[in-house]
Design a protein around this ligand. Structure first.
Ligand SMILES: *[C@@H]1O[C@H](CO)[C@@H](O)[C@H](O)[C@H]1NC(C)=O
Ligand SMILES: *[C@@H]1O[C@H](CO)[C@@H](O)[C@H](O)[C@H]1NC(C)=O
Ligand SMILES: *[C@@H]1O[C@H](CO)[C@@H](O)[C@H](O)[C@H]1NC(C)=O
Ligand SMILES: *[C@@H]1O[C@H](CO)[C@@H](O)[C@H](O)[C@H]1NC(C)=O
Ligand SMILES: *[C@@H]1O[C@H](CO)[C@@H](O)[C@H](O)[C@H]1NC(C)=O
Length: 548
């Protein structure tokens, strides 16, 4: 069960946050370098932490563990801290853990060491010390980081589950537990865009305060974090609902209509996970097709499992949350950061909104994962609320987003970068094809199977409830039958007693038995619940095995 749980946990989503590294291409080293100067560190309180950026593909920041400064990838989609190399003075707990990421296995023992981040200190932070990186497919150090810090809810931490009590709580959770004001248990994240001459954003991360000049984020709508079922809370992510009917506006200015696979989602809304560990946003296939399928010359790339489009094609996509529009910069909708080419060899740009297949939610917990290409367009605030383990805040967690993309300015940046300053946006070459000529990307057999499994698995609470109702009815019926029989027998007995055939004394036992049947129903629930979970995890494992 343990290993299955870990396996599924790892394979569902959290792990795949490292899909960043799964992308089967290398980022090109050409491209415009960042020109924006770094905002000086604020002298008041803990200030902000600068966020590094390797080719818009990895975002990381420095933490200190055992006195050693380590660059770690910032991942809102997972909840564990792991580092490679050595950590001075680290205490070995003797407990080993393997976290499977697309880049390879992060395996080793859980250690504890003094930890510092953003001016906060935790004396004995638990983390995974990865000593063997031979299974990593890329040199992560060369990509700018030597580990990863999970910024997700504590319930998703494997280390937390492995150690007893609260000792394994995630780093962010530990800092919040120490905080004097639980209403300030939030973090904020701002990611810069390389290769964009108009980018005025500096990558920054903060805890319990906002980046100066962006205070307005606190007056943005508070988007409720969509909670998953209690029994699967290891799969809880920072997920929110899109606006009803108009959640995503496509390149033709019309809403893209896709139904949610999440049984709990209200009609016309989609469940979106915000995950800074994904380079490419993962969206339903029909949505990816609606974004790129009407572009002239668009080509589906089997090797990249993504659309390729001409780099000069401006593609307009806008997300709506809480009644606010969040336009996506056209430089983010198609990316020149990857060396991709059309089948005829001419250079192409990669459609960043990739069909969700390897990160598909088998339990139907979310519809899409908005990674870095989306997150660059918003300043993100995540208030952990009652998801802080051992915290005193009883409020529900929420997310606030402040748009960072000015549409008109973005169009100008695009023209400068992609068509050498020549405005070709409205030329016939770049006109969208009519909807009837939209191309569709091929669905694999494995995907069809996964979708079928999702249909069954995501409805398991309802199936379980149905079974329980049936069971209760069945037991009720049995009790009723027994009662009737007993009554009849009792009547018979009474008659017989009257006739002096049988002596009394069996009545107490009869009562005890009756009460017992009540608790039999309760007991029956336990194994059923357990086996449902086993089924789920085995299923998840099986389905994901094909992707591993
Ligand atoms: C991390 O610290 C090193 C050494 O001080 C520094 O060179 C690097 O720029 C820092 N990284 C970030 C993302 O701030
Ligand atoms: C490191 O892990 C690989 C498999 O991932 C294994 O083959 C190798 O023996 C390990 N090396 C050490 C020193 O443990
Ligand atoms: C911040 O919000 C106030 C009030 O909503 C508004 O007047 C102001 O223009 C906003 N500033 C920015 C930078 O968005
Ligand atoms: C992009 O879409 C938005 C929202 O539909 C629209 O307001 C805007 O005019 C569009 N921009 C371009 C360049 O098509
Ligand atoms: C394209 O045409 C539309 C409608 O005529 C206009 O509103 C828009 O500004 C034009 N876009 C550019 C980038 O010139």
């Amino acid at each position: 069960m343990r290993s299955l749980l870990t396996h599924s946990f790892v394979h569902t989503l959290c792990s795949l946050s490292a899909l960043a590294v799964k992308i089967p291409f290398h980022v090109s080293s050409s491209g415009i370098e960042e020109t924006t100067p770094h905002v000086p560190r604020q002298s008041s309180s803990s200030g902000t932490v600068p966020v590094g950026n390797t080719q818009n593909t990895f975002y990381y920041a420095n933490v200190t563990l055992g006195g050693r400064q380590i660059s770690v990838m910032l991942d809102t989609g997972s909840s564990d801290l792991w580092v490679t190399g050595s950590v001075p003075g680290a205490q070995d707990t003797g407990k080993s853990v393997t976290l499977s990421y697309a880049v390879g296995n992060a395996a080793g023992n859980i250690h504890t060491a003094p930890f510092q981040f953003d001016g906060y200190t935790v004396q004995d932070q638990a983390f995974l010390l990865v000593t063997n990186t031979s299974s990593f497919s890329t040199n992560i150090h060369a990509e700018g980081y030597d580990g990863l810090i999970g910024l997700g809810p504590n319930s998703g931490s494997t280390i937390y589950k492995k150690l007893s009590g609260d000792t394994g709580n995630s780093a962010i959770n530990r800092i919040f537990q120490q905080s004097p004001s639980s209403s300030n248990n939030y973090l904020t994240l701002m990611l810069n865009r390389r290769g964009d001459p108009g980018n005025l954003i500096t990558g920054q991360f903060t805890m319990s305060e906002v980046v100066p000049g962006f205070e307005n984020i606190t007056s943005q709508p508070q988007l409720a974090v969509e909670k998953v079922y209690k029994v699967t809370d290891e799969d809880q992510h920072w997920q929110i609902l899109t606006d009803q009917g108009v959640g995503i506006i496509g390149p033709d200015g019309q809403p893209i209509q896709v139904s949610s696979i999440v049984p709990k989602a209200p009609d016309g809304q989609l469940v979106v996970v915000l995950d800074s560990g994904f380079t490419l946003p993962q969206v339903p296939r029909s949505m990816s097709d609606a974004i790129y399928g009407r572009v002239q010359g668009a080509e589906w790339s089997t090797s990249s499992q993504a659309w390729l489009v001409p780099c000069g094609q401006l593609i307009n996509v806008t997300f709506n949350f809480g009644g606010v529009s969040y336009p996506v910069h056209p430089l983010d909708v198609s990316s020149s950061d990857f060396n991709v080419a059309f089948s005829n060899g001419s250079p192409a740009c990669l459609g960043t909104f990739q069909p969700i297949s390897s990160a598909f939610s088998l339990l139907g917990e979310y519809d899409m994962i908005l990674g870095m290409a989306f997150l660059r367009n918003v300043y993100t605030l995540i208030n952990f609320g009652n998801l802080v383990e051992g915290g005193s805040n009883s409020n529900n967690p929420y997310i606030q987003l402040l748009s960072l993309t000015d549409e008109a300015a973005a169009v100008n940046d695009f023209i400068q970068v992609r068509t050498n300053g020549e405005n070709l946006i409205n030329t016939s070459q770049y006109a969208l094809l009519p909807a009837s000529q939209e191309q569709h990307s091929p669905e694999t057999a494995a995907e069809k199977k996964a979708q079928y499994e999702e249909e069954v698995l995501s409805h398991w609470p309802y199936i379980l409830a149905g079974c329980l109702v049936f069971l209760v009815l069945l037991i009720g019926y049995c009790i009723w039958r027994c009662c009737c029989r007993r009554k009849r027998l009792a009547k018979k007995k009474a008659t017989q007693q009257k006739q002096g055939i049988v002596s009394g004394g069996g009545n107490n036992g009869t009562y005890a038995q009756l009460q017992d049947s009540g608790s039999t129903a309760t007991l029956a629930m336990q194994p059923m619940r357990g086996s449902t979970l086993d089924f789920k995890h085995e299923y998840a494992k099986d389905a994901f095995a094909t992707h591993a």
